[in-house]
Design a protein around this ligand. Structure first.
Ligand code: HEC
Length: 313
C-alpha cells in the first residue's frame, strides 16, 4: 500500500501537470495559466521543498563522511608512526566505493588468476564478475519480486490493461457528460414537413453561408461547375424536404457532395434543408442548366420509398 500511495502521488503530480490541460481544455484552467492560485499549488510547493531538503541532507552527509575520512586517516597515521610501520593512506570514500564495486585484481597480482592459456601472448585471466554487476542483477530480482507482489498478487497498482480501461472509462464518462450538456434532438425524416418558418429559414441561411455551400452551389443556390442548381424543379436525388434532408445529411461523397450529417447537428441539417426548399423557383440569373428529374410533391405522398434518396439518373 505504501508503494502504491507513493506511486499514485508522484504519478498524480505528473498527470495533473501534463494531462489535465489536454483532457479538459475549456473548463479547468491548466496549471501554468495561473500557478499561484492552482488548487494543487501547495502540494507542488511542498514536494519541491521536500526534494530540496532531501538534496541538502545528502550533500551534508557526504561532507561529514569526508571529514570523518580525514580524521580516521590522521589517527591511523599517528598510530603507524608510533608503532614504526609504513603508513598507507586509505582512499577517499569514493575511491573505496569504486574499489569495492569493481573488486578488480591489481595488475601486480595478475599471475594469481592466470588460467595458463596463452595464445600468441594473449593470456586468459579468471576475473570475477564485478560486484556492481551482481548487485544490479540481485536488484532486478528484488524488483521483479516487488513488482509481482504489488501488481499481480495484491493488485495495489493497475496493470497496463487496467490503466487503459480506466482511462477509456474516464473518457467515456467525460463524453457522456458533454453530450448531456448539449442534448441533440434527433429528427425523424419520415415525419419531417416543410414549413416556411422564418426563424428556421434565417438559421438555415446562416448554415448555408457558414459552411460554404455556396462555393459549390453558388451563393444564391444557382449552381456552378461543381454543384447542381438548387433553385430549379429538377433533382438528381429527389426534391421535397425529405429527399433534400437525406441528401444533405448523407451527402453524395463520390460525386463531391460532403456528408453534412457528420459535422452539422440534425437541427442545422433540417434548417439548411428548409432554406434549400425556400430557394425553389427563385430563378437566379445565369443559373446552371437543370440536372436530374423533375420532382412533383405528390410523388412523395404516394411513394413509400421517397424518404430514401432516389438513385441518381
Ligand atoms: C465541395 C462541393 C460541395 C459543397 C461544399 C456542398 N455541395 Fe451540395 N452538392 C455537391 C455536388 C457535386 C452535388 C451533386 C451530387 C451528384 O452529382 O450526385 C451536390 C448535391 C446537393 C444536393 C442535391 C441536389 C440534387 O439535385 O439532388 C443538395 C440539396 C445539396 N447539394 C445541398 C448542399 C448544402 C445545403 C450544402 C452546404 C451545407 C452543400 N450542398 C455543400 C457539391 C457540394
Amino acid at each position: 500500500m505504501k508503494y502504491s500511495s507513493i506511486a499514485l502521488l508522484t504519478g498524480g503530480l505528473l498527470a495533473n501537470g501534463l494531462v489535465a490541460d489536454a483532457s479538459s481544455p475549456a473548463t479547468t484552467p491548466g496549471f501554468w495559466d495561473d500557478p499561484v492560485n492552482h488548487p494543487l499549488m501547495p502540494l507542488y510547493a511542498l514536494s519541491l521543498f521536500a526534494a530540496i531538503v532531501a538534496i541538502l541532507v545528502v550533500v551534508v552527509c557526504f561532507s561529514l563522511l569526508r571529514v570523518l575520512n580525514v580524521l580516521v586517516n590522521l589517527t591511523e597515521k599517528d598510530r603507524a608512526e608510533k608503532q614504526g610501520i609504513a603508513y598507507i593512506p586509505r582512499g577517499t570514500f569514493w575511491q573505496q566505493l569504486v574499489q569495492k564495486a569493481n573488486a578488480s585484481v591489481p595488475l601486480a597480482q595478475e599471475q594469481d588468476i592466470d588460467m595458463g592459456h596463452d595464445f600468441d601472448g594473449i593470456r586468459e585471466l579468471d576475473n570475477h564478475l564485478p560486484p556492481w554487476w551482481k548487485w544490479l542483477f540481485a536488484g532486478t530480482a528484488v524488483w521483479a519480486l516487488a513488482y509481482l507482489v504489488v501488481y499481480h498478487l495484491y493488485g495495489n497498482l493497475p496493470l497496463q490493461r487496467e490503466e487503459y480501461d480506466q482511462e477509456v472509462a474516464i473518457a467515456d464518462q467525460q463524453m457522456r457528460a458533454r453530450k448531456a450538456d448539449q442534448p441533440v434532438e434527433e429528427i425523424d425524416v419520415n415525419t419531417l414537413k416543410y414549413t416556411a418558418d422564418a426563424a428556421a429559414l434565417e438559421k438555415g441561411k446562416g448554415v448555408f453561408a457558414n459552411n460554404n455551400c455556396g462555393s459549390c452551389h453558388r451563393a444564391d443556390g444557382g449552381g456552378n461547375t461543381i454543384g447542381p442548381n438548387l433553385t430549379d424543379a429538377y433533382w438528381l436525388h429527389g426534391g421535397g424536404i425529405q429527399n433534400i434532408f437525406n441528401t444533405i445529411k448523407t451527402g453524395v461523397v463520390e460525386k463531391g457532395m460532403p456528408a453534412w450529417g457528420k459535422t452539422l447537428s440534425p437541427q442545422d441539417v433540417r434548417d439548411v434543408a428548409f432554406y434549400v426548399m425556400s430557394l425553389q423557383g427563385s430563378n437566379p440569373a445565369n443559373g446552371k442548366a437543370p440536372q436530374g428529374d423533375i420532382f412533383q410533391e405528390t410523388q412523395a405522398a404516394t411513394d413509400s420509398t421517397a424518404a430514401a434518396p432516389q438513385a441518381s439518373l
